[in-house]
Design a protein around this ligand. Structure first.
Ligand SMILES: [Zn+2]
Ligand SMILES: [Zn+2]
Length: 201
C-alpha cells in the first residue's frame, strides 16, 4: 500500500516530469483510491480507472494506481470534470472520487495569475508565482481528506476487459491495423487514414 509520503509523491513527479498542483491533487485521489480498493498496484487489470479529464492529475493516477493507458485499464471519458471512478474487477466494487480542493486565496494572487497567463509577468513575478504554487502543493499534500476528496457511488458501468484483436494489412497503405478499426469495402479492407482517400491507379 502506498502511504501519503514524500516517497510516493516523488514517484509522481518522476513520472509526470514536474511537481505541480494538478499532479499533487491527482496523487491525493490515487491514495484515496488505493485505500478504498484495499489493493496494491494493479499488475494485470484488476483495477480499472475511468478518468473524466486529461489533466496533470491523471499522470499521478497512472503512477500510483498502476492503471495506465497502455494496459487498457485507464479509460478517458472526456467530460471535463474532476471525477475518477475506480473499479476492482476481482470484487466488482466501484466508487467515484471527486476532487473538490479549493486553494486558499493568497494576497496578490489574482494579479499574479493574470500576469502569468497573459505572458507579461516579470522575473520576480514568475518567482513569486512559483513560490505560491509550492505553498499550495504543500497544502494539498498535508490537507485532511475531507478538504480534497468527496466519495460518491460509481455511476458508469464497468467496461469489459481489453481483448486482443486480429491484425489486418490495409489494402491501400500496406500498414498493419487492428481489425476492429478497419473498414471493409468492395475493393478491400482499409485503415482509417485510407478509407476516405481517393484512389488513383
Ligand atoms: Zn503538471
Ligand atoms: Zn491504410
Amino acid at each position: 500500500m502506498v502511504k501519503n509520503s514524500l516517497a510516493g509523491y516523488e514517484r509522481v513527479v518522476e513520472f509526470h516530469g514536474h511537481s505541480c498542483i494538478g499532479s499533487a491533487l491527482g496523487y491525493r485521489v490515487a491514495l484515496k483510491a488505493m485505500e478504498w480498493l484495499k489493493a496494491n498496484r494493479s499488475e494485470d487489470e484488476e483495477i480499472v480507472c475511468i478518468v473524466e479529464n486529461n489533466s496533470c492529475a491523471v499522470d499521478a493516477i497512472q503512477a500510483i494506481t498502476g492503471c495506465t493507458f497502455g494496459k487498457g485499464n485507464l479509460i478517458f471519458r472526456d467530460i471535463g470534470k474532476r471525477g475518477y471512478t475506480f473499479y476492482n474487477r476481482n470484487t466488482g466494487a466501484g466508487t467515484r472520487i471527486l476532487e473538490n480542493f479549493r486553494a486558499k486565496e493568497m494576497p496578490g494572487q489574482s494579479e499574479l495569475r493574470k500576469a502569468m497567463f497573459s505572458g507579461t509577468a516579470t522575473n520576480r513575478q514568475k518567482e513569486e508565482y512559483k513560490e505560491m504554487s509550492k505553498a499550495t502543493i504543500n497544502d494539498i499534500l498535508s490537507a485532511p481528506d475531507e478538504e480534497i476528496i468527496e466519495m460518491k457511488p460509481a455511476s458508469v458501468t464497468l467496461p469489459e476487459r481489453a481483448r486482443l484483436h486480429e491484425t489486418i494489412v490495409c489494402s491501400a497503405c500496406g500498414e498493419k491495423v487492428m481489425e476492429t478499426r478497419t473498414v471493409k469495402t468492395e475493393s478491400g479492407v482499409y485503415c482509417a487514414d485510407c478509407v476516405d482517400r481517393p484512389v488513383c491507379n
